[in-house]
Design a protein around this ligand. Structure first.
Ligand SMILES: [Zn+2]
Length: 68
């Protein structure tokens, strides 16, 4: 069991300090509970969140491609 590494949504750098990690969103996975999206405290305002509706459509496209 490895520890979950939180990666900043904005700069893609690992967030090593838990105090610096801010939960900005939760994405649903195709199977399973999905995953949480984090960002550095300084980067929260810079994160561009994917619209949930767009994400659902994209997930459907990705799933269709996998099944082909
Ligand atoms: Zn960051």
């Amino acid at each position: 069991m490895t520890a979950t590494v939180r990666v900043c949504r904005h700069c893609d750098e690992p967030i090593t300090d838990p105090e610096d990690a801010v939960l900005v969103a939760h994405e649903l996975g195709n199977s399973g509970p999905g995953w949480d999206i984090y960002a550095h405290r300084d980067h929260v305002d810079l994160v561009e969140l994917i619209d949930p509706v767009v994400l659902r459509i994209m997930a459907r496209i990705w799933t269709a491609q996998v099944q082909r």
